[in-house]
Ligand binder design. Structure first.
Ligand SMILES: NC(=[NH2+])NCCC[C@H](N)C(=O)O
Length: 307
C-alpha cells in the first residue's frame, strides 16, 4: 500500500464533553501508533500534528462571520479554523500519493478531512460508522455541537460549505454516502434519510443481513463510479459495553467481532484512500480499554489494505 501520512488532530470542541482532544496523545503518543504500524511492516511517510492551540489563538475574521450565521452552534469558528488546516494537510498528503490517516479528536474534524480529500478524489465515496447520523444542520441541531453536523456538511447540506473550508473541495454525492451502525437519530435526521434515500444500514439491518453482507453492500454503494473511498470511523459505533471511552455512548452497538470483520473487508478494497478514527475520549475510558481497541482497529484496517 501507499505510505501513510499520520495526521493527529487534538481537537475536541466540536463535542459537548471535554476529552476527545486527548485522543492523539493517548494513541499516537503513549500507545505509539506509528511504531506499532511500522512493526507490522506498514510505511509511515509523514507524521504531523495539527497545531490546534495556535490556530485557536489567531482566528480569521471570516470564521467569526460563519459563527454569526451559525448562531446556536458552539465553537463554530474554532471548528472552521481547525478544519481548514486539516483539509490543507490532508489534500497535500493525498496529492503526494499518500494515505492520509486522521486521528481525532471529535467527529467535527471529518468536515476538514473530507473537504481536503474531495479536492483530490472528485468522485469520492464515504462510509460513515457511527452511533449517530451526524446529519443535523445548523438549524436542526438540538445540542449545538458541531460533531452532529459533520456528515451533513460532507454531503453539502449545511450552511458551512466545504468550499469555505478548502477552495477546491466538492461535496460528496449522496449516492456514494453510506451510514452504518447508527441507532440514535434526531427527528430531522430520520426525516432526511427517509426523504433523500441516503443509504443507511441500521443495527436491525446488520442483524438481519449479518455484518459481512452489510459491509459488502456498503462498499458496493460507496465505490460506485468512485475514484477514492474515505472511511470515517467513530468509535461510538461499537457497543459502549466494549468501547466505553467515548463522549456520546449509545447502547446496542456493534460488537468488536463485527467491527473487526467490517474493517477487514473495507481495508481490502483497493479504492480505500483515507480514514478518520474519531471520538476516543481517554478521560471516560476504563483503563486503556477503548484506546487499545481503537489502536488495534486501525492496524486491522491498514493491514488488510496492505495485503
Ligand atoms: N459523532 C458524534 N458523536 N455525534 C453525536 C451527535 C449527537 C446529536 N445528534 C447532536 O447532533 O448533537
Amino acid at each position: 500500500m501507499r505510505d501513510i501520512t499520520l495526521l493527529s488532530v487534538p481537537f475536541g470542541l466540536g463535542a459537548g464533553r471535554a476529552g476527545s482532544e486527548l485522543g492523539p496523545a493517548k494513541l499516537v503518543g503513549e500507545l505509539d501508533l506509528a511504531g506499532s504500524l511500522r512493526r507490522h511492516g506498514l510505511r509511515i511517510g509523514d507524521e504531523k500534528e495539527i497545531a490546534v492551540a495556535s490556530l485557536l489563538k489567531a482566528m480569521p475574521p471570516d470564521a467569526a462571520g460563519y459563527a454569526g450565521k451559525a448562531s446556536g452552534m458552539k465553537h463554530a469558528a474554532e471548528v472552521l479554523s481547525v478544519s481548514r488546516a486539516l483539509a490543507a494537510e490532508g489534500a497535500a498528503a493525498a496529492a503526494a500519493g499518500h494515505f492520509p490517516l486522521f486521528i481525532g479528536g471529535d467527529h467535527s474534524m471529518a468536515i476538514g478531512s473530507v473537504a481536503g480529500l474531495t479536492a483530490r478524489y472528485e468522485q469520492m465515496g464515504i462510509i460513515w460508522f457511527d452511533a449517530h447520523a451526524d446529519l443535523n444542520t445548523e438549524t436542526t441541531s438540538f445540542t449545538g455541537n458541531m460533531h452532529g453536523i459533520s456528515l451533513a456538511a460532507a454531503i453539502g447540506l449545511t450552511t458551512l460549505s466545504l468550499k469555505d473550508v478548502y477552495r477546491a473541495a466538492k461535496p460528496i454525492a449522496l449516492e456514494r454516502a453510506v451510514l452504518l451502525g447508527a441507532r440514535d437519530l434526531d427527528p430531522a435526521e430520520e426525516r432526511f434519510i427517509q426523504q433523500s434515500g441516503l443509504t443507511y444500514f441500521s443495527k436491525t439491518d446488520i442483524g438481519r443481513l449479518g455484518i459481512e453482507e452489510t459491509t459488502r453492500r456498503a462498499l458496493q454503494i460507496a465505490c460506485k463510479d468512485a475514484d477514492g473511498l474515505h472511511l470515517s470511523f467513530d468509535i461510538d459505533s461499537v457497543d459502549p459495553g466494549e468501547a466505553p471511552g467515548t463522549g456520546t455512548p449509545v447502547p446496542g452497538g456493534i460488537s468488536i467481532l463485527e467491527v473487526r470483520l467490517a474493517l477487514r473487508i473495507i481495508g481490502s478494497s483497493a479504492l480505500l484512500s483515507s480514514a478518520d478514527f474519531v471520538e476516543l475520549n481517554p478521560l471516560l475510558d476504563q483503563g486503556e480499554r477503548t484506546s487499545k481497541l481503537m489502536h488495534s482497529l486501525i492496524a486491522e484496517l491498514l493491514l488488510a489494505h496492505s495485503s
